[in-house]
Design a protein around this ligand. Structure first.
Ligand code: MN3
Length: 205
């Protein structure tokens, strides 16, 4: 088989986000959770040759055209693969400063201040009941929006462009933070890769 989806490299060591995200969590999250989404996605598409050549973005943007028999599996495992592939780039050892890309100006214009954005995004992560993601996205009218999704649902399924996402599944933080999701969300801000967020913002504008 030639068109398999592939688990991307992390780009840094499992231990390099300590103490914000512990080594064991990073290892299990990447090598087990994300790897399983990739394996399950490839298995799901195994007997659908015409779908195997489609990029993950194309599959997720048009779930409704997929055969019903595999739609939920692609939604869950394809969403998991897509979301995590970005997540590993949204976090970086030591964090990366807000780029001078106009994004900070836009965040301030939309949310009142940068802190106002942080507050709103954090709330989205905190109030997502159960498993899911908090998002900063650009909508079709080029407006910035903060919201959250359940499970592995991704903004591209809603026609929105993800700029920053935070995994608030317990598997993302439980070993270190247990029930303290708020502490994990707060610590996240010190490892955000704003360079990558800025690139996505520029591309989406
Ligand atoms: Mn995860």
């Amino acid at each position: 088989m030639s068109n398999l989806h592939v688990l991307p490299e992390l780009g840094f060591g499992f231990n390099e986000l300590e103490p914000v995200i512990d080594t064991k969590t990073m290892e299990i999250h990447h090598d087990k959770h994300h790897a399983t989404y990739v394996t399950n996605l490839n298995n799901t598409l195994a007997s659908y040759a015409d779908l195997q050549s489609k990029p993950i973005e194309a599959l997720l943007s048009n779930l409704e055209v997929l055969p019903e028999a595999i739609r939920t599996a692609v939604r869950n495992n394809g969403g998991g693969h897509f979301n995590h592939s970005h997540f590993w780039k949204w976090i970086t050892p030591g964090g990366a400063k807000m780029p001078a890309s106009g994004l900070e100006t836009e965040l301030t214009a939309t949310f009142g201040s940068f802190d106002g954005f942080v507050e709103k995004f954090s709330q989205a992560g905190m109030t997502r009941f159960g498993s899911g993601w908090a998002w900063l996205v650009m909508d079709r009218s080029k407006k910035l929006v903060v919201y959250s999704t359940p499970n592995q649902d991704s903004p591209i399924m809603d026609g929105l462009t993800p700029l920053l996402g935070l995994d608030v599944w317990e598997h993302a933080y439980y070993l270190n933070y247990q029930n303290r999701r708020a502490d994990y969300v707060k610590a996240f801000w010190s490892i955000v890769n704003w360079d990558y967020v800025g690139k996505l913002f520029q591309a989406a504008k």
